[in-house]
Design a protein around this ligand. Structure first.
Ligand code: ZN
Length: 271
């Protein structure tokens, strides 16, 4: 499943091909995605694309006729290809441009979506309006996290993965960040001190930034057949390493399910 860094790299990959361009037509081959693609999407014909923005894992195309919202779901891929290029299975949607290129959306598992909004969806759209801050902005701070967590009994790991608290801290990133910060994933969020949040927040930012930087090396793929930045092969300390030795203290890493997600930690290094 594409995580925030993959979506940000998708944005970086498609934006230069879309910004400033005019839409010739929106072509819906199969509207049955997570939510049906609205019929009114054809009204984007003639619109100019001003900006491609990312909010959480949504891509928002700003045009002079409103906003187009894209989500990659579990298996969605975006690529920029000539409009007349061969359509393959699961190519559900095209945004064809007047310059002969198109943004093509392929999604075998159909958990992605293509939606529209007359006003900026970050403010008004039910899917986006209640999201927490972006992790890589100045509004995501230790003070903020500390304040939000007071009185919360839920585990710190579940807490930082909650999109209403902060967006984009997926399971891999939550596991790795808590290991680096030395915080036990099951510790109650409300019992984590400000000093420990001051350690955790820069680590989350650093891990996400490194993943985006690494993904940036795959940018050329967006105009090629595959179009997927894939999973960024990062150095992982704990995720996927349950039962193996901790790279710091050599204890065996423990693996549990927490909120139905695989959680790996070191009982010595994380408290
Ligand atoms: Zn350890």
């Amino acid at each position: 499943m594409p995580e925030l860094p993959e979506v940000e790299v998708s944005r970086m990959g498609i934006a230069p091909h879309l910004e400033g361009q005019q839409i010739a037509q929106a072509v819906v081959r199969d509207k049955r995605l997570r939510w049906p693609i609205p019929d009114a999407v054809v009204n984007f014909a003639g619109a100019f694309i001003k900006q491609v923005e990312r909010r959480a894992k949504y891509l928002i195309l700003h045009t002079d006729k409103g906003y187009l919202i894209l989500h990659l779901g579990m298996s969605g891929k975006l690529r920029v290809v000539p409009s007349e290029s061969l359509v393959v299975k699961h190519d559900h949607f095209d945004l064809q441009l007047t310059n002969g290129q198109c943004l093509r959306f392929n999604d075998p598992r159909r958990f992605g979506c293509v939606l529209m909004s007359a006003t900026h969806p970050g403010v008004d759209h039910p899917l986006l309006r209640d999201l927490g801050p972006e992790p890589l902005t100045e509004s995501f701070t230790a003070d903020y996290l500390h304040r939000q967590s007071r009185g919360k009994q839920q585990s710190i790991k579940t807490f930082i993965m909650d999109n209403h608290v902060v967006v984009g801290v997926g399971n891999i990133y939550a596991n790795e960040s808590l290991f680096k910060a030395g915080i036990h994933p099951k510790r109650a969020a409300g019992k984590v001190s400000l000093a420990r949040y001051q350690k955790l927040v820069p680590i989350i930012k650093e891990i996400l930034t490194a993943a985006i930087a690494q993904g940036g090396t795959t940018l050329q793929d967006f105009t090629q057949a595959d179009g997927s930045p894939g999973y960024f092969k990062q150095h992982l300390n704990v995720y996927g390493r349950g039962g193996k030795q901790c790279m710091v203290c050599k204890s065996l890493l423990k693996e549990i399910r927490l909120g139905q997600r695989s959680t790996v930690y070191c009982t010595t290094c994380q408290r």
